[in-house]
Design a protein around this ligand. Structure first.
Ligand code: MEV
Length: 440
């Protein structure tokens, strides 16, 4: 067994040696190959290494852009980091489609973030509430040194409520804090404030003489922000008269397209099997922007999916309506994004993304991201109800197979022509290229 102690203390080269000797011997991946993915600038490489732990090299992902994206009357070029073929193309096509039809619109509903102190206290709930009300302002005041900078920027701790959760777990209570973190995602700020509140609360309870001795003990289970931020909400939409949906690429009349599209979205509202795939398409777009701007896509995904199930059934995050001859397609989604602090200001590529977007504030980035998610969803559903998804996918799939086979330009061109009419699979393309190579 290749158990090693003190791995994290090894230098990067020692770590690579250990891997090559113990796990990659005889594989394609030599020390040099692993090192070949290092940044040529040592200082830049150090920045990447320091983001995480036990780093040995970099994992590359394509960085693409969607041009001509009209949002609230302004043209954007939106960066996307995604490895899946056809996603950027679908967004770009949707952006182009809506460019001539008024573009995308978006507005932020609210920007409240949430944090919780989970604790266990055994006693009469009414007594706890009355004690909390007595000390609440002092408790909030105790964190003012931590909050003052955020307050100067217009944010801070907005409210703190005690919640009785004893029906979920014996003696279980929560402090539910609402925060405004302005342009920061705010995780560190929220967690620091929560931990300070937890400590102070413990102190207050231990010193409260009106409680019996055994009630002067509170067990703080955990203090942590909640990634469920249904009040950090943004809306984006596109709309036009049905007859404006006229487009030769649809292969059908505008009203037929509108009805087919709306029905597909209704199905995603009602059937969980379809809803998950439909929302996955939305996150193809959203995650790609979130990654490109150095935000936390796991938090965004987790929250989005919980929001999609907020009424007890998992549903589509987007909606489509046809009313009085108007087609409207919209999305409402919680997006707790930041444009300062964390990776947003450290990762060299997220800095490029933010510059490209005109250095948006968090609210602007929420709107851009939601609109791109909607564009992506429009592109996917449009393909599904018209040509089918495989047509576009297969073109990109062919390119990936040709890359895998290291096809040259001439082989690519011949393959592209051949597979305009033939079914694309790895084997069929491999055989076609092998045929060309044998023939030469
Ligand atoms: C593929 O990554 C995403 C789609 O499946 C989304 C959808 O079905 O709506 C095409």
């Amino acid at each position: 067994m290749n158990i090693i102690s003190g791995f994290s203390k090894l230098t990067k080269l020692e770590k690579i040696n250990y891997l090559v000797e113990n796990f990659l011997e005889g594989s394609r991946f030599s020390k040099e190959k692993i090192k070949s993915f290092w940044h040529d600038n040592a200082l830049e490489q150090k920045v990447f290494d320091d983001f995480s732990e036990n780093t040995i090299t970099n994992f590359y992902a394509p960085y693409g852009v969607v041009p001509n994206f009209l949002l609230n009357g302004k043209i954007h070029c939106i960066p996307m980091v995604i490895e899946e073929s056809s996603v950027v193309a679908a967004s770009a096509k949707a952006a182009k489609f809506w460019l001539d039809r008024g573009g995308f619109k978006a507005s932020v509903v609210s920007t409240i973030k949430v944090g919780q102190v989970h604790f266990i206290w055994k006693g009469e709930s009414a007594q706890l509430y009355s004690f909390f009300n007595e000390v609440k302002s002092e408790l909030i005041e105790s964190v003012s040194p931590l909050v003052q900078n955020m307050k100067k920027r217009g944010g801070g701790l907005l409210s703190l409520e005690l919640k009785d959760c004893t029906d979920l777990e014996e003696g279980y209570y929560q402090f539910h804090g609402e925060f405004e973190t302005c342009d920061a995602m705010g995780a560190n700020f929220i967690n620091s404030v929560l931990e300070a509140i937890g400590k102070k609360w413990q102190e207050f309870i231990s010193l409260n003489n009106s409680f019996e001795q055994e009630q002067r003990d509170v067990q703080i289970v955990m203090c942590i922000l909640s990634n469920y931020t249904p009040k950090c909400l943004v809306k984006a939409w596109v709309e036009c008269d049905i007859n404006e949906l006229n487009d030769s690429g649809l292969g059908m009349e505008p009203s037929e397209f509108a009805n087919k599209f709306a029905r597909a979205v209704r199905i995603a509202q009602k059937d969980v099997g379809r809803a998950v795939t439909h929302n996955k398409g939305i996150f193809n777009g959203i995650d790609a922007v979130v990654l490109a701007t150095g935000n936390d896509f796991r938090a965004i995904e987790a929250c989005g999916h919980a929001y999609a199930a907020r009424d007890g059934q998992y549903r589509s995050l987007s909606n489509c309506s046809i009313e009085n001859g108007k087609f409207k397609f919209e999305i409402e989604i919680p997006l707790a994004l930041g444009t300062v602090g964390g990776l947003t200001s450290l990762h060299p590529m997220s800095k490029i993304s933010l510059d490209m977007l005109g250095n948006p504030n968090a609210r602007e980035l929420m709107m851009i991201t939601a609109a791109l998610g909607l564009a992506q969803n429009f592109g996917a559903v449009r393909s599904l109800v018209t040509t089918g998804i495989q047509k576009g996918h297969m073109k990109m799939h062919l390119m990936n197979i040709l890359n895998h086979l290291e096809a040259n330009d001439q082989e690519r061109e011949l393959a592209r022509k051949e597979f305009e009419t033939q079914v694309i699979s790895f084997n069929s393309v491999r055989d076609f290229i092998a045929g060309l190579r044998n023939y030469q």
